[in-house]
Design a protein around this ligand. Structure first.
Ligand code: DON
Length: 303
């Protein structure tokens, strides 16, 4: 199969639909300014071949995709102890919901809703350098120096009242070890990390290689841990649309409100699609369409 042709076909098919459906995230000005008429896609195989098409080199705000990598670091640092304070069930609620957290006494449903990512950030502050560890990890995985969009980071902090509420709520249940401000600092800045499709496809390849680093022989995660991250992506990676993603795409995915989606086909490849206009759950409209087309045109799926 010619993967490059598949990607070019998808880009050509979706080009007439650019900017037609969905809405660019507008909760902060730096994201609202991103033109909707963009689409990129990149694949890296478990063996190291890379293919890309469209706006695959355009940097974008990775937002919640960062939760995949912060979770990986926390699993490395803490092993199974991590699950004492974070669940593994789909939430069925919007990613920033407060209601469930009250009922469940400060233990977030899963590591990919905002409350769960805040609990993970708390662990990273306890175990290491927090944000610096995430940036160093992404730079090592992608082979490029990865940084932050300072304007997005400042806006996240200036408008992140709901995240502050979630963190304070968890603190009130004694479920955060560190100061709320230190935890929020890591979370706001990890959401403002900037990468492109090629870099993200490369960074996620350890999940298609039983936990082995994309370009080295070292283990990022154990085989078992990598399988668990993929399971969490499938069940929780696209928030309250995880069922729809499993039904329509059938790959473990992690999305972000910058319009990126990272997907994994275990033992075969990782891919990243990006298009900034979002549906009501906060997932990229054309990103999801592209993943559906990729699966339909290649026959590749976990099912
Ligand atoms: O926490 C927030 O509000 C943003 N940084 C959104 C993170 C995100 O991408 C959620 N989902 N798709």
């Amino acid at each position: 199969m010619n993967i490059q042709e598949v990607l070019d076909d998808i880009t050509a098919t979706l080009r007439p639909e650019l900017g037609q459906a969905g809405k660019v995230a507008d909760y902060i000005p730096a994201l609202a300014r991103v033109p909707a008429e963009q689409f990129g896609i990149a694949v890296r195989t478990a063996k190291g071949q890379e293919y890309a098409s469209g706006d695959c080199d355009v940097p974008f705000s990775i937002q919640s995709i960062s939760k995949l990598f912060s979770l990986t670091l926390a699993m490395r640092a803490m092993g199974d102890d991590l699950w004492k304070r974070i669940g593994r069930e789909p939430s069925g609620n919007p990613f920033n919901s407060l209601v469930q957290l009250e009922r469940e006494e400060g233990v977030p449903r899963n590591p990919f809703i905002n409350a769960g990512a805040l609990a993970v950030a708390d662990r990273l502050v306890t175990c290491g350098d927090g944000l610096d560890d995430i940036l160093a990890f992404l730079s090592s995985l992608s082979g490029d120096a990865i940084g932050i969009d300072e304007e997005v980071a400042e806006s996240e902090a200036a408008t992140g009242f709901r995240n502050a509420a979630l963190a304070n709520f968890m603190k009130s249940f004694d479920k955060l070890d560190n100061d709320v401000a230190a935890v929020l600092h890591v979370y706001f800045r990890q959401c403002a990390i900037v990468m492109n499709c090629r870099q993200l496809a490369r960074a996620a390849t350890y999940l298609a290689r039983d936990g082995v680093h994309p370009r080295q022989k070292t283990a990022v995660l154990s085989d078992r841990q990598a399988r668990r991250v993929n399971a969490l992506m499938l069940t929780c990676g696209t928030y309250d649309a995880a069922g729809e993603f499993a039904f329509r795409v059938g790959l473990p995915c992690k999305s972000g409100v910058g319009g990126g989606i990272v997907a994994v086909l275990p033992d075969k490849l990782s891919l990243c699609v990006w298009s900034p206009a979002l549906d009501e759950s906060g997932n990229s409209v054309l990103g999801m369409r592209a993943l559906e087309l990729f699966v339909a045109n290649t026959g590749m799926s976990v099912f």
